[in-house]
Design a protein around this ligand. Structure first.
Ligand code: GTP
Ligand code: MG
Length: 418
């Protein structure tokens, strides 16, 4: 069907930090699983009538089997999550499509995003969508079909639709990145609900701003709310539609530094989520539309408008630079928040099971010591008896000796008198 598979060797992507850490921690939990199961087998062997372990000891250790299982399940589903926000029509859906190297999400006129869309990897070759709370998989062959399906399902703006896309078609999806598109922050009064429902577990936020205007109060408000609920959120700001600057090259630098200063100010002084220096590394001037077009061409997909404005290459490089910094940030943040917790719990479980085994070991040692002590007392008693016996025997011997002597004496006396 003309799909181009992405190059599978992606070993130097910063996302590999997460991918490798996930594999490693997975392997460790396989070992913990084995260890816990061994402990259960051992407990069974030493329990029962006259056993050392009680039924409670066995149950205690057995409970860890399901705990480890639950963590392994969560671990399997762990991913890196990035959420995109901004005013309507700023190009959020287009940015996501450009990052996925394909037109996956509906965008543009008549395709206003009207609910939350979460794009994630599908383990099968098929693309499908799933609405919130339903297990039904709706097949999606194309963007327009996805658009229709979304319109037809009459969703609430706050609801979530999962779009599963074949992993092999997008490097980001293959490496466990999940991308969340949102309706414009200007169209809802329910920002708090949005944050509670969709943002608390996001590793990175991308504010898609419009370089043709300035940061809007609604956009700022949204991130003010986010930063009250999440400590130190990772926020990137994309000044999109920067291709518009091509028509006024004489003002380019001036406009750029004005936007950049405001964005740095917003992140560092208003939100206080990073230092001004760090903020500079989080602000980019791009054209998502051009980036998407460039990538569609690379994949030899049919595209309409072939003309790109002056400076499109520079804007494209800046887009690629954004992606690199974004990948570094998201994979480090996800490793820190997700895996630190897993490894702490894994360590606790291993410690708890060892403590349970030690308890059984100690009680068996105590029992052994008690038996040894009993034997020692018995032995002492026996030795005492033995000594007494020896003494008595000696006395008897002496007595008998003396009796024999006196008898002999009497006999000899009698004999001599006769
Ligand atoms: P909503 O879903 O309605 O909130 O909008 P959105 O933020 O998802 O914007 P979308 O990606 O649908 O883009 C809106 C329109 O802007 C589309 O027609 C895009 O082609 C266009 N657009 C997006 N990015 C750029 C850009 O960098 N430059 C230009 N010139 N147009 C762009
Ligand atoms: Mg959209």
């Amino acid at each position: 069907n003309g799909t181009v598979r992405v190059n599978m060797s992606n070993v130097d992507s910063p996302l590999q930090i997460f991918v490798r850490a996930k594999k490693k921690i997975n392997d460790i939990f396989v070992e913990i699983d084995d260890y816990v199961k061994d402990a259960v087998t051992f407990m069974h062997a030493v329990s029962g009538e006259n056993g050392i372990a009680t039924a409670q000891d066995v149950a205690n250790v057995e409970a860890y089997v399901s705990k480890v299982q639950a963590i392994r399940e969560v671990l399997k589903r762990d991913h890196m999550k990035v959420a995109f926000f901004g005013r309507t029509s700023n190009g959020k859906s287009t940015v996501i499509n450009a990052m996925l190297h394909d037109k996956i999400l509906p965008s543009g006129i008549g395709h206003t995003t009207n609910c939350f869309l979460q794009v994630e990897g599908s383990d099968t070759d098929e693309a499908f969508m799933r609405t919130e709370g339903s297990e039904e998989k709706l097949n999606v062959q194309s963007v327009s079909q996805l658009g229709h399906a979304l319109c037809a399902s009459r969703l609430q703006e706050c609801s979530l639709v999962h779009v599963h896309w074949p992993r092999e078609l997008c490097a980001l999806l293959r490496d466990d990145v999940v991308l969340v598109d949102s309706p414009g922050v200007d169209v809802t009064p329910n920002l708090d609900q949005w944050i509670d429902k969709h943002c608390l577990d996001a590793d990175v936020f991308v504010l898609v701003a419009n370089a043709e205007s300035t940061l809007m109060v609604t956009e700022k408000n949204f991130f003010h709310k986010v930063s009250t609920k999440i400590s130190q959120p990772n926020i990137f700001i994309l000044n999109n539609r920067w291709d518009a600057s091509a028509s006024e090259p004489e003002y380019l630098d001036q406009v750029r530094s004005q936007h950049a200063n405001r964005c740095v100010d917003f992140l560092s002084r208003e939100l206080r989520v990073c230092s001004p220096k760090e903020a500079e590394e989080r602000i980019f001037f791009i054209s998502a539309k051009e980036a998407l077009l460039t990538r569609m061409r690379e994949r030899e997909k049919p595209v309409s408008s072939p003309l790109l404005a002056d400076g499109h290459q520079v804007r494209y490089f800046e887009f690629v630079d954004f992606e690199r910094k974004f990948e570094e940030c998201i994979s480090q943040s996800a490793v820190r928040t997700k895996f630190a917790q897993h490894s702490r719990r894994g360590k606790n479980i291993a410690g708890d099971v060892m403590a349970a085994l030690e308890l059984v070991y100690n009680s068996s040692s105590e029992q052994k010591a008690a038996k040894v002590e009993k034997q020692r007392v018995l032995q002492e008693q026996l030795s005492a008896v033995e000594e007494q016996l020896t003494a008595i025997t000696r006395q008897m011997k002496d007595k008998i000796g003396r009796m024999v002597e006196s008898v002999e004496h009497k006999v000899s006396l009698t004999l001599s008198q006769e």
